[in-house]
Ligand binder design. Structure first.
Ligand code: PXP
Length: 237
């Protein structure tokens, strides 16, 4: 079976909007544990705009399903990952001003830096690199000796009609090439119920990391229940 990991960053985005205590991403991770999803993804951003360091500590204490920790390739983040010891770390590029991750890691120009950072990461942690599906980049991932790659599906999700087929082909080719090299292949970014069908058909992709659309859909799926619950308290006789 193909695996689904739920990215719960935007639960924390909602909490941080009021700097309060709810919604609590760990409570949501407990609910994810009851679903068919295999694991949870959290991105500890350098500016801490959503997930906080204490969320990672609480996850470690409470949640049993595997955590895929997304982090920028920096010394600070590597030492946090070494303390938290998630099952998997996905290295992603990060820019302060971006709304979300924009594009894959530039592995070729940052090869030496990544090699150094990966060498100090706890060997028990599986390392994934978030990349655009280009052969040269996949070759560099292979040379870095990582567990696998997460293919950036963002470009496909944003593609206009006439370039969609080309983007799917790029993802298909890249994922097949990576698998031939023995790399584990995941995919994510921008996926939702309307656009995942084409990507779900690609047999080389074993795992999907999806956040924004799942958290967004859970609002429409839950609004009737949560509104009526409050209404019933107001009108309790
Ligand atoms: N994979 C990576 C590497 C990401 O940075 C993100 C966004 O945090 C996702 C997957 C999930 O993307 P989305 O929230 O658009 O589903």
């Amino acid at each position: 079976m193909k695996k689904l990991n739920v990215n719960i960053d935007h639960v924390a985005t909602l909490r941080q909007a009021r700097l309060g205590t709810y919604p609590d991403p760990i409570e949501i991770a407990q609910l994810v544990e009851k679903t068919k999803a295999s694991g949870v993804v959290m991105h500890l951003r350098e500016d801490r705009r959503h997930i906080q360091d204490y969320d990672l500590k609480n996850y470690k204490k409470i949640i049993k399903i595997p955590l895929n920790l997304e982090i920028a390739p920096t010394n600070e983040m590597i030492s946090i990952a070494n303390r938290i010891e998630p099952k998997m770390v996905t290295l992603v590029p990060e820019k302060r001003k971006e709304l979300t991750t924009e594009g894959g890691l530039d592995i070729v120009s940052n090869f030496k830096k990544l090699q150094k950072l990966i060498s100090i990461l706890n060997k028990k942690i599986k390392v994934m690199l978030f990349i655009d599906p280009k052969i040269k980049i996949i070759d560099s991932c292979y040379q870095l000796g990582v567990h696998g790659i997460e293919i950036n599906t963002g470009k496909y999700c944003e593609a206009k009609k006439k370039s969609i087929a080309k983007e799917i082909e790029n993802i298909k080719k890249g994922s097949r090439y990576a698998e031939e090299l023995g790399l584990y292949v995941a995919a994510g970014h921008g996926l939702n119920t309307n656009n995942i069908g084409n990507i779900a058909k690609i047999k080389y992709i074993k795992e999907y990391n999806i956040g924004h659309s799942i958290i967004s859909d859970s609002i429409s799926l839950g609004i009737v229940k949560s509104t009526n619950r409050i209404y019933n308290i107001i009108n309790k006789k």
